[in-house]
Design a protein around this ligand. Structure first.
Ligand SMILES: *Cc1c(COP(=O)(O)O)cnc(C)c1O
Length: 460
């Protein structure tokens, strides 16, 4: 395929096993303006460690609140697990470059090479490990599409921890494949709303036959955790601790590129709750914050759920059910629902507080893309590079291709790095609607967004 005469940089840059980072990097340590603290929704005061420990594992609460420790050692047990699927490769997209006819050099960090099919495993194993170390019986969580639930079920199986997953009912029914993977790893998967919790029973009584929602599943998972001895709740994105764990992506990517003297001009990642992007950019952003280097960093979100580009920087609930603490973030309002036509993932209404602060301070850019253009990029990527990308990841592919095409016009040989967060084997109904030509784009109106933002909690 690619016939560039000299390939001084290999198609895949692999680090060796002993080059897996021994510490995670805490970006907050280098931020002049720290991310705003989580607030107790009742008192509107910052959540204390004690309050958070009722819901989350102790060590994870410590990581959540720690804005100062620059490097956090990765426990040996977690590094051993990482060895099963890490280091993940940085791939030079020679074939895609050639198809585009661009002078740009495109690199992607591929996180889909594990059974869960995404980067979520990097944090799932860490969270399960700290729960186990605390002597807990198990953890609870919610899952929508299922990547997080799958990653967590793999981690809990490995450590011998019980796992209760509340899966949004419509996904439970429409994605039986995901459900069975989780059950194979030993998780108990309950369609939400269910009659196993007060919150679920209340919603079932008010809305019989409802399809469920992520917000409702969160309420159920939190309720189960706080009402059962030896259980805590875990979350797969958005939180500071999750970005900390995901820094392994960026640390590895930077180490691999450093070997070949490559310094990316542009770094691109898709943004749902912000965990993969926060992890990929961490060491690069650290250099930028310390004034040692400069990088253009671009967050890509769906046009149907544009938190950064059209949301407001304000305190908001992380869930539709109003049970979680308030986070200051770019948000569309906790009651915002992307159109049901939206198939591309990344449907969270808010964004990581760390990335929100960095964006507000002008350290990174954001852009939004329509899903038909996202799937066009996914198709081109699959046909040239061979990997069937997750729809979420394809948002980053879209913008990487667009930037590479700009280089074609200007003749600049820029180095572009993007995060390929996962594979799309469980997203074939979305691919079907693209292949059938029935996929549509849905962009919320200003009035839709204003109506949702009008319901933000009042916090001074
Ligand atoms: C969950 C997920 C995302 C989005 O989550 P972030 O926290 O924004 O990284 C992106 N890609 C894949 C494959 C995912 O599973």
């Amino acid at each position: 395929m690619a016939n560039k005469a000299i390939k001084d940089i290999p198609y895949k840059i692999y680090l060796s096993e002993n080059e897996i980072p021994s510490s995670w990097y805490n970006l907050r340590a280098d931020m002049k303006t720290k991310p705003a603290p989580l607030l107790n929704p009742g008192t509107l005061k910052p959540m204390t460690a004690e309050e958070l420990e009722g819901v989350f594992c102790k060590e994870l609460v410590k990581q959540e609140l720690d804005n100062d420790t620059r490097f956090v050692e990765i426990p040996k047990e977690i590094r051993d697990f990482y060895k099963m699927y890490r280091p993940s490769p940085v791939v030079r997209a020679y074939c895609l470059e050639e198809a585009l006819g661009t002078p740009a050099h495109i690199y992607y960090k591929f996180e889909g090479n594990n059974t869960s099919g995404s980067h979520k495993l990097n944090s799932a194993i860490a969270q399960a490990y700290y729960a186990k170390k605390q002597g807990l019986k198990g953890v609870t969580t919610e899952t929508g599409a299922g990547q997080w639930g799958t990653a967590l079920s793999m981690s809990c199986a490995y450590l011998g921890l019980d796992l209760k997953v509340y899966m949004v009912k419509i996904s439970y029914e429409q994605k039986p494949g995901r459900r069975e993977v989780m059950r194979t790893y030993g998780a108990e998967v309950t369609p939400s709303p269910s009659d196993t919790t007060e919150a679920g029973r209340r919603i079932l009584a008010a809305f019989p036959g409802t399809n469920g929602s992520l917000g409702c599943a969160i309420s159920e998972a939190v309720e189960y955790a706080v009402t059962h001895e030896g259980y805590r709740y875990v979350l797969g994105s958005v939180l500071n601790q999750v970005l900390l764990h995901q820094s392994v992506i960026g640390l590895e990517a930077k180490a691999a590129l450093d070997k070949y003297g490559v310094k990316p001009d542009i770094i691109i990642g898709c943004a749902g709750g912000g965990s993969n992007l926060g992890g990929l950019i961490a060491p690069f952003m650290g250099e930028k914050l310390r004034g040692e280097a400069d990088y253009r960093i671009i967050a890509v979100e769906p046009a149907s759920c544009p938190s950064f580009t059209r949301g407001k920087y304000a305190y908001d609930f992380c869930d539709t059910g109003y049970v979680c603490p308030l986070a200051k973030m770019y948000t569309l309002g906790s009651q915002f629902m992307p159109s049901p036509n939206h198939a591309g993932g990344l449907r969270f209404h808010g964004m990581s507080s760390i990335l929100s602060q960095l964006y507000d301070d002008g350290y990174m850019e954001a852009t939004s893309v329509e899903q038909t253009r996202v799937f066009e990029a996914a198709e081109q990527f699959a046909r040239t590079e061979g990997i069937l990308p997750a729809p979420e990841s394809s948002h980053a592919i879209r913008v990487a291709i667009d930037e590479a095409l700009k280089c074609k016009e200007t003749g600049e040989a820029k180095d572009i790095l993007f995060g390929l967060t996962g594979t799309g084997y469980f997203d074939l109904s979305a691919y079907k609607s693209f292949n059938d030509g029935t996929m549509t784009d849905s962009i919320p109106t200003d009035a839709d967004i204003a109506a949702s933002l009008a319901k933000l909690p009042k916090v001074e």
